[in-house]
Design a protein around this ligand. Structure first.
Ligand SMILES: [Zn+2]
Length: 383
């Protein structure tokens, strides 16, 4: 190794250490990470894909707590833990445990398990539950999906797959198709699209296009986007087509022409040669199986990439010594008069626990939003 390589190596190590410190309390959201952090996680994940494995979880126990089933995310996390030499305790669905029957509160369950495990991977049906866990517990928390709110490791594996197939993220033309309004993965992808100056095409029925609030936000961030009601006219310019599951029960009511959102063999004739199709899986009819055998299909490799991204994150989190983990996370300031407010999101964890709110400024206007899920808060009627 020559002098320049040695210096680059040292610089890399220093940066990784800084990143690890940022992740010392785990990963709840991507919002605290900047562009360099994201790129560094992706490049570190690539090292694991290339076979790097420091076995950094030896003699460590990670609790894998799936309060609702998510086979793919759970198996991917648990494989990552075991490949790094760690051991897993936990459950794959809380209805199978005595927790549900005994009606224990989430905070009591978490306090108990934190006494057994060095870190917790958690999937929970309530928005904001992972943040609550991080605030309560002294061990790092990895958010494996909190209700319809966030799923940061999914977004990272999506970005990894885009980077891997397109050679970068900057300026990519990303098509988003399916349920764009109610899908958990879309908001995070929009934030990443802003960060990496991506061009966007939204392909959905009117009722499932991004919300006006999201569109306004994209305009304010100078994102170039177009909207389509069918894939047939949109496909030709895309580098990546990200498809989310069509929720049939919703479509039945809305009388949507689902055929507009199903890729035909003819569509693929018009696609760019570098087009890759991604899907968080499981799929329904939105990707016909004839796509599987074409060079455009990348959804199964995308799922496999989740393993390497999660190995990289776990390794970074566990590379902190206990001292650097001891400092408390930068929790936003909670409003003192929380009792007067209530979160308007029915799925929010604040309805089961002490609610908390924060004040944010949107387009010059001061808004009170829920600390856990960022939905608007409403002032309670007080007699
Ligand atoms: Zn809330």
């Amino acid at each position: 190794m020559n002098k320049v390589e040695k210096m680059n190596n040292l610089e890399n190590l220093k940066n990784l250490k800084k990143l690890a410190q940022k992740l010392s309390h785990g990963l709840i959201t991507l919002s605290g990470l900047d562009k360099n952090d994201i790129l560094q996680i992706l490049s570190y994940s690539q090292q694991f894909k290339d076979g790097y494995n420091p076995k950094s979880l030896e003699n460590r126990i990670v609790a894998s707590l799936f309060f609702e089933a998510s086979t793919r995310t759970r198996l991917s996390f648990e494989t990552a833990i075991q490949r790094l030499g760690g051991q897993v305790i936990g459950f794959s669905e809380s209805s199978n445990t005595s927790l549900a029957a005994k009606n224990e509160s989430l905070s009591d369950t978490l306090e108990m398990i934190a006494g057994y495990a060095d870190a917790i991977v958690m999937r929970h049906p309530n928005d904001g539950s992972a943040q609550l866990a991080q605030d309560l517990l002294p061990v790092p928390i990895l958010n494996g999906g909190d209700g319809g709110h966030l799923h940061p490791t999914q977004t990272l594996l999506d970005l990894f797959s885009i980077f891997e197939t397109q050679g970068g993220l900057e300026g990519i033309h990303l098509g988003l198709m399916g349920d764009l309004r109610y899908s958990r993965t879309i908001q995070s992808l929009l934030e990443m699209a802003v960060m990496f100056n991506m061009r966007l095409s939204f392909i959905a029925d009117d009722n499932f296009q991004p919300s006006q609030q999201q569109l306004d936000w994209l305009v304010a961030n100078h994102v170039d986007f177009s909207m389509y009601d069918n894939i047939h006219t949109a496909i030709a310019e895309l580098d990546v087509l990200y498809i989310t599951r069509l929720q049939k029960e919703r479509f039945a009511d809305d009388n949507t022409d689902v055929q507009n959102l199903i890729i035909t063999k003819d569509d693929l004739q018009h696609a760019k040669t570098n087009l890759k199709i991604l899907h968080p899986l499981p799929r329904n009819e939105e990707i016909p199986t004839y796509v599987d055998d074409t060079p455009f299909a990348y959804y199964f490799q995308q799922a496999t990439n989740g393993l390497f991204v999660r190995m990289a994150l776990l390794d970074l989190i566990f590379s902190n010594d206990s001292e650097s983990r001891a400092s408390s996370p930068n929790a936003p300031i909670k409003l003192a008069n929380a009792k007067q407010w209530t979160c308007c999101n029915a799925r929010c964890i604040s309805h089961q626990h002490q609610p908390a709110f924060k004040s944010i400024t949107i387009q010059g206007q001061e808004n009170v939003v829920c600390y856990y899920c960022e939905h608007n808060a409403t002032a309670q009627h007080i007699d």
